[in-house]
Structure formats: structure tokens, C-alpha cells
Design a binder for this molecule. Structure first.
Ligand SMILES: *Cc1c(COP(=O)(O)O)cnc(C)c1O
Length: 450
């Protein structure tokens, strides 16, 4: 029988996370204070994050040990399988060999608990009893709700009102894990009350929900805030995935020529790609890396590499990254996890320096790729992942044109079981493709201070 699935035993679960920062051949620009434009020290983060997370955020150590209790919880679904997409290869009639790592086997259904679990753990170790966060479509909220429950902590989620009303099942999942879920804006925070006073019928936004979650954490001694993407420590925790993938590619007797992932805030891409990218940085490999984003939120492909705020309200320190401007409101596409105006500072710098390339697709072609994938490989992917699948298929077809035996690996970072409403609209021909003009992006970028 042909091998399609490469499995590792629990014992082979990585013992540390891989920190790419000390291996980067350039300096990362530090976060700065918006008024003074001086670098902010780690202290700026102490009201919202625990000490160990702040240490990891600025760490220059190559390997950071994964605590035993975290590994034990990872073992509920890790190591995750690596598949060879033989049916997709045959469907495309390509000489390329296509592999995908499947993170949809985690209880919440995506890669996000890889960081939710250690974040909850370090908070609990430092005496924090409750975590607050925001969520849009609910993938991050359900991962943090899951992690908090397993660590015996409380979890408060500010869920953007429009999603709260239109996408009830992720909310019910969070509530099933025991989290308290609020439709944001609420009347329990000042930030929420301000917005409601101006517009009682607002649909809410991720920016408002972040402000509410941060205010709740800062104002309560026993609570801290938790973020599911973008920051260095989040990408760090996700590298458990890429490290497993290297061992599994070795089982298959392969090393990828191309590594692909979708990019919202950059965490699933970084976690999958960085352990492979390390070999390029050491000079021992020349793998190609492709981060894929929506054409309607083209941060890496059309944004500017500059200092900007992480949130819409402009309350965070400023980070050097590709950004469309913190006031940029992307269209309501179904790949909700990719609707962020900025991107990870590490991934942004890697794109800027030419180590990672970026491409963008409109949503209809990505859904077409996702439906094809479901029909040949069986897994219904999250709409975000469809961007990576579209790129993998395009590159496999290019390999066919060129008659090359390329090895392509991509990260299938979550299933789409809660996104069937989006598939329903795609199948009914109701999805529209939006792209922004240079002018519109110019305007959004012009609003960045400094
Ligand atoms: C949250 C999410 C994303 C986007 O976030 P990244 O930090 O870029 O990974 C992509 N895919 C899925 C399935 C998600 O849940």
C-alpha cells in the first residue's frame, strides 16, 4: 500500500519551542511608544501579560522548553498527522508531490490551542485566575476557553456583536467550555459604553472588542489579557507544529522545495515555516516560502512596512510591520481569521528582507480550491486555509507546466465545520470578490501617525 499518512508517537512530541529571533540575519525593530517614539521596555506589557510570556516575547534564546503539563495537554491531539495529498496530485495530474500538516484534529479544530494552552499555563503559574480576550468568528475564543478550562481558570470573551448574533455555534462551544461570552460592545466597560452612547445599534468590531478585553484585564487584579496571533511568543508556541513536520517529512524521505501557509497575523505560517526556514538561514537549504493572504486584506502584498498600532483604537505600543493602517476596515470576507490590518513583526521583516514571499487571492478562487480539496482529499478546510490550498494547487500546476518534480508542503491549520454558512453562500454563487485600489490603500496608510 502507498503511504499517505506520516504519524509520530507521543514520545516524539517536541520538548522545546524554536525561537527564530537569534537566527535572523538582521535586527528586529523594537516596539516603540507612540508619543516619545522611544523603544518600550518589557514593563509596558506587565499590566496585561504575565512575566514568563513577556520574557518569551523578547527572548533571544534559540530553544525554550515546553513545560511538562503543557506537553501532556498537547498530547490530547499532538503530534498531528502529516498527509501526502496523493488524490490531489492525481486530480491535478502533476509531477509535484504535495504534503499537508493537519491541525484541525485539535479539540477546538485549529492550530490556536498550541498557544492558548501555554498562555493559560503561565498565567495560572503566576496566580492569574481569569483570562480575557476578544474574538471575531470565534476560533481564538474557543481555543482560549478550552485552554482555561483545562487549567482550571475562568475565561471572559468579548465577541464582536455581529458574529455573536450571526455565528452562534462557536459561541455555544465557548460556553460549553465554561467561558463567559459577551456581545461586544458591552455596557460593562468604559470603552464599550462610549461606543454604545454614540451608536447603540453598532455591529461591533475587533478593535472595540480588544479595547474591552484589555480594560477588563487591567482593571482587575486577578485577570490578564491573552492574544492569539501576531506577537513573537505566539509564533514561538506554534513552532511545535513545524518541528513535527520536519520529522514527518524525513519519514517520507523528503525536504520541501516550497512551504506554504495562509497569513492573518502570521502565527500558523510562522509556526509551520520557521523550523524549515532555519535551514535556509544556516545556508544548508534553499527552500521557497510563500505566505498567502486575501486580496481584500492585502497586508503583506500591498501594505507599507512601517510603525503602526496593533489595535484600531491606537492604544497599543507601535510595532514595525506591514500594515494597511490601523483604521483600515477590511471587507466582511468569510476568512475572518485573515482580516487583520497588520501582521507579525517577525514575518513582516522576513518578507521585507526577501526570505519569504507573499501572494494574495480573491475569495472565490480560494473557495473553488477548498471545494476541490474537500472532494478529493475529504477534509473541509477553514476558509482561511483555502488561500494556502489555492497557492499549493497553483504551484503544483506550474510544476506540471515545467515538468518539475517539486515537493510542496502546506499547513492545513483548521477545519471548516463551523464555516459551512460560508460554503453555502459560495455554492449558491453569492460571494463577491473585492480588491482595493492603490488610492484606497494610500488613504488608509496616510492615517498612520508619524
Ligand atoms: C486564526 C486563524 C488564522 C489566522 O491567524 P494566523 O495567526 O495568521 O494563523 C488562520 N486560519 C485559521 C484556521 C485560524 O483559526
Amino acid at each position: 500500500m502507498e503511504t499517505t499518512k506520516f504519524l509520530l508517537s507521543e514520545k516524539e512530541l517536541p520538548e522545546s519551542w524554536y525561537n527564530i529571533v537569534p537566527d535572523l540575519p538582521f535586527e528586529l525593530d523594537p516596539p516603540i511608544h507612540p508619543a516619545t517614539r522611544e523603544p518600550v521596555g518589557p514593563d509596558a506589557f506587565t499590566p496585561i501579560f504575565p512575566q514568563e510570556i513577556i520574557r518569551q516575547e523578547v527572548s533571544t534564546e534559540n530553544h525554550i522548553p515546553i513545560p511538562e503539563e503543557v506537553r501532556q495537554i498537547y498530547a490530547l491531539w499532538r503530534p498531528t498527522p502529516l498527509f501526502r495529498a496523493r488524490r490531489l496530485e492525481r486530480y491535478l495530474d502533476t509531477p509535484a508531490r504535495i504534503y499537508y500538516k493537519y491541525e484541525g484534529v485539535s479539540p477546538p479544530g485549529s492550530h490556536k490551542p498550541n498557544t492558548a494552552v501555554p498562555q493559560a499555563y503561565y498565567n495560572r503559574e503566576e496566580g492569574v485566575r481569569r483570562l480575557t480576550t476578544e474574538t471575531g468568528a470565534g476560533q481564538w475564543g474557543s481555543s482560549l476557553a478550552f485552554a482555561c478550562r483545562l487549567m482550571g481558570m475562568e475565561c471572559t470573551v468579548y465577541m464582536v456583536r455581529v458574529s455573536y448574533e450571526q455565528k452562534p455555534y462557536r459561541r455555544v462551544m465557548m460556553q460549553t467550555y465554561g467561558a463567559q461570552v459577551h456581545a461586544s460592545p458591552t455596557d460593562i466597560t468604559q470603552a464599550g459604553r462610549n461606543v454604545l452612547a454614540e451608536d447603540p445599534d453598532t455591529t461591533g468590531s475587533l478593535g472595540i472588542a480588544i479595547s474591552e478585553a484589555v480594560e477588563d484585564a487591567v482593571g482587575n487584579e486577578d485577570a490578564k489579557y491573552s492574544l492569539g496571533s501576531v506577537l513573537n511568543h505566539v509564533l514561538l508556541h506554534q513552532t511545535v507544529n513545524g518541528q513535527e513536520a520536519i520529522k514527518q517529512m524525513e519519514m517520507a524521505g523528503e525536504w520541501p522545495d516550497v512551504v506554504i501557509g495562509c497569513a492573518g497575523g502570521g502565527s500558523n505560517f510562522g509556526g509551520f515555516a520557521f523550523p524549515f526556514l532555519r535551514e535556509n538561514l544556516k545556508g544548508s537549504r534553499r527552500t521557497r516560502f510563500v505566505a498567502v493572504e486575501p486580496a481584500s486584506c492585502p497586508t503583506l502584498t500591498k501594505g507599507r512596512f512601517t510603525y503602526d498600532f496593533g489595535d484600531t483604537a491606537g492604544t497599543t505600543p507601535m510595532m514595525k510591520m506591514y500594515t494597511l493602517g490601523h483604521s483600515f476596515v477590511p471587507a466582511g470576507i468569510h476568512a475572518g481569521g485573515l482580516r487583520y490590518h497588520g501582521d507579525s513583526p517577525i514575518l513582516s521583516a522576513l518578507v521585507h528582507h526577501g526570505f519569504v514571499e507573499a501572494r494574495a487571492y480573491p475569495q472565490n478562487p480560494t473557495f473553488e480550491a477548498g471545494v476541490t480539496f474537500a472532494q478529493v482529499e475529504g477534509i473541509v478546510p477553514a476558509p482561511e486555509v483555502n488561500h494556502a490550498i489555492k497557492a499549493a494547487m497553483d504551484l503544483a500546476l506550474e510544476a506540471k507546466e515545467a515538468g518539475e518534480e517539486k515537493v510542496i508542503a502546506f499547513n492545513l491549520c483548521g477545519h471548516g465545520h463551523f464555516d459551512l454558512g460560508a460554503y453555502e453562500r459560495y455554492l449558491a454563487g453569492e460571494l463577491v470578490d473585492l480588491e482595493y485600489s492603490e488610492e484606497e490603500i494610500e488613504r488608509a496608510v496616510a492615517a498612520i501617525p508619524g
